[in-house]
Design a protein around this ligand. Sequence first.
Ligand SMILES: *Cc1c(COP(=O)(O)O)cnc(C)c1O
Length: 371
Amino acid sequence: MVDLLAGHAEVAAEVEEGFARVLATGAFIKGPDVAAFEAEFAAFSGTAHCVGVANGTDALELALRAAEMPAGAGVVMPANTFVASAEAVVRAGGRPVFADVDDEFLLLDPERAAESRGDAWGLLPVHLNGQLAPMAPLAALAAETGLRLFEDAAQCQGATQDGRGAGSWGLAAGTSFYPGKNLGAYGDGGAVLTNDAEIDRLVRELGDHGSSRKYVHDRLGFNSRLDTLQAVVLRAKLRRLADWNAARRAAAARYDALLADFEDVRLPRTAPGNVHVWHLYAVRVPRRDEVLAELNAAGIGAGIHYPVPVHLQPAFRELGHRPGDFPVAERAAAEILTLPLFPQITEEQQVRVAEALGKALARAGASGSGA
Ligand SMILES: *Cc1c(COP(=O)(O)O)cnc(C)c1O
């Protein structure tokens, strides 16, 4: 699905040189590369501030805590997301309030978010698969209703909507540098992006044992910091990210062309105003599980993101949801199929994927290539 070593080959020399520099100083935590990366990633993202933290889930939790979310507060989010979006809300002391997505882009639907809202305190759209949720209507909803707006930006480094990236639409965004993300570390990492100086300050404090000055702990916090060695990797990769995202867009366009004649395959689309960074290229097909098994048997690293919508995960059983609560998200979960895509994927590899998908659809009894 993702060839992480192909990405490493492009930055290997810089990373090794940077690691040698860090090893010579021994500044493994809060070294100068962390501050430099924070400044560079904030500039890249178009936000005033960036705080490196230990992972993306922590980033979301710390953003909510820094905004002083009240205990038990509801946070509206889409039903189809990675479990971490909802997990972060619970860990911060809140309660996920799920809402359905639109059928075309599978992004949080502002009207459904408004319907699900109840007495919720926050709004957490997820920028799924590499494109932003419809932020203008979501920001308008937040402004009208007093919902605090956050963003799950784990899958969208470099994506914009109407020229604006994640992290500047509301109070704060959390992003992840898990190795498979568009900007991936060599281990775990994450960041909070914000234009709010007070959120920046509080995330730093909370992520460093609640400490604003050495030996002074103003509140109880956590240990959630970005390692200096990971900052070295991220700085080297950030310099290539715009090019890598462009390569992902080219690869997505190639899939669009290769699969255009496949009956029964619904291609992913870019929502209006969005520059998509194609974290994942997810088509929708009938008999998905059989098609996936055929593809995997043919040696194609296809997958599903995500097979079970969050509201039906056993971990959230206490919220009392049942099948049918969010029909668009549930139908999508049964149909989506993620095809391999990474910046270095070759045309030959994509042709192989398309051919294997045609055969897999035919064998699964769905109609494959229109040829
Ligand atoms: C990866 C991801 C996260 C969490 O990131 P971690 O770094 O693994 O904690 C949160 N939300 C979404 C949508 C993600 O894809």
